[in-house]
Design a protein around this ligand. Structure first.
Ligand SMILES: Cc1ncc(COP(=O)(O)O)c(C=O)c1O
Length: 415
């Protein structure tokens, strides 16, 4: 019988539990009412109040009160994610974007300054480049964080947050979490105004990289991607100290209403039990496909941190959380073709689906670049348009054959 020790991620013999055991058992437990060995979905909006409710704090999120204040399925998932990220606590919200917005709006106030990576997921870009400066008076600087000295140069006395995304969506640019955290913290110590470093770790998942171990203060995951893994639910998580998750719950969850639904929390918890198995396959398959693409005459460039040719390869390799970690399942590549040529290729694919998102069981491809509002920030090779390929869990050989077949059908040279 799985013991309560294991359900809480604690050792039963003095040795730490492995990542897979924790992915399966953390946050799970025997249901007291039915004896079920899987936690049920609790769909109620409201919970019975004690006989005398006069001493209840209506904004609290640690008791069952009202579902927007927090609910059991959210808490089971939070317990697992906090442990997998190496954090004191985690808060799970409705989407990855809800988690990004919660981080920015909780920790930044009017007059504060934030630095952010020049390549980030589009909503992070819009929030930090436009919405927060224009509506809330927050100063921001876009910086090429792949060179830590650029972050050092951009720090100001009122800098409160450095937000980095690595590898970044969609160019796969890599930033050095350890170096950036060290210089941001040193700056905070000098000025007496602490600087938080937040990392969007969605492209890695905690199986590949644990940013908190590298010195970051806050880690953000879109659970929609690898952690759920099955393309059927949205969710986001922030892992950090309990003092900070308390602030986020009060601001973004209870008062802005960014709560995850119990059903989505349950689905993501269910999907997350196979995270390590899936990540090993995503990592291996993406590396094999990146190497194959690099060998094709029709391919203009490939960007994947697992390739020796990637400028961030050494940094990415130095950040891996375990011996069997890898560089994730997403890569970018461009064909030696115009817009129509790229479209012709996609129309001939049989296994890989043309759709946004990533981290799903199925492989997804999307053509990007030409009308992307962030295009001016991308390296020149991305300007003619490119694909973001999110390698799924199909047989690697089928994916490679699908690519070769589609290239040939679309009139590109394969060898
Ligand atoms: C790196 C990254 N962060 C955040 C998000 C946003 O996540 P969600 O779609 O769950 O809101 C995405 C979505 O693609 C992403 O790729």
């Amino acid at each position: 019988m799985t013991s309560d020790l294991v359900h809480h991620g604690q050792s039963f013999d003095g040795k730490p539990l492995g990542f897979a055991t924790k992915s399966i058992h953390l946050g799970n437990g025997v249901d007291a009412e039915t004896g079920a060995i899987r936690r049920p979905i609790t769909l109620a909006n409201a919970y019975a109040l004690p006989y005398d409710p006069s001493d209840i704090n209506w904004s609290s999120s640690d008791v069952n009160l009202y579902t927007r204040n927090g609910h059991p399925n959210q808490r089971y998932l939070e317990a697992k994610l906090a442990n997998l990220e190496g954090a004191e606590d985690a808060v799970v919200l409705a989407s990855g974007v809800a988690a990004l917005a919660a981080t920015f709006t909780t920790f930044l106030n009017r007059g504060d300054h934030a630095i952010f990576s020049d390549t980030t997921y589009i909503a992070a870009y819009r929030l930090l480049n436009q919405i927060l400066p224009e509506k809330y008076g927050i100063e921001t600087s876009i910086v090429d964080t792949s060179a830590p000295r650029n972050v050092a140069d951009a720090l100001r006395p009122n800098t409160k947050l450095v937000h980095i995304e690595t590898p970044a969506n969609p160019t796969l640019k890599v930033s050095d979490i350890h170096a950036i955290a060290a210089l941001a913290h040193e700056h905070g110590e000098k000025t007496g105004n602490p600087v938080l470093v937040s990392v969007d770790n969605t492209f890695n998942s905690p199986f590949n990289v644990r940013p908190l171990d590298l010195g970051a203060d806050v880690v953000i995951e879109s659970l929609t991607k690898y952690i759920n893994g099955h393309g059927d639910a949205l969710g986001g998580a922030i892992a950090t100290t309990k003092a900070r998750t308390d602030q986020i719950r009060f601001t973004a969850q209870v008062n802005y209403g960014g709560i995850i639904s119990p059903f989505n929390a349950w689905l993501i918890n269910r999907g997350s039990v196979t995270l390590p198995l899936r990540m090993r396959q995503h990592n291996a398959s993406a590396l094999a496909i990146a190497r194959h693409l690099e060998s094709l005459p029709a391919v203009r460039f490939v960007s994947y941190p697992g390739l020796e040719s990637h400028p961030g390869h050494a940094v990415a390799a130095s950040q891996l959380a375990r011996d069997d970690a890898g560089f994730g399942g997403v890569l970018a590549f461009g064909l030696d073709a115009d817009h129509d040529g790229h479209n012709r290729f996609v129309s001939k694919l049989n296994v890989i689906t043309s759709a946004v998102s990533l981290g799903h069981d199925e492989s997804l491809i999307v053509f990007l670049g030409e009308d992307d509002e962030r295009q001016y920030l991308y390296p020149p090779e991305f300007h003619r348009g490119f694909f973001r390929l999110a390698v799924g869990l199909e047989d690697t050989d089928d994916l490679i054959r699908d690519i070769d077949h589609a290239l040939a059908e679309a009139g590109f040279p394969v060898r």
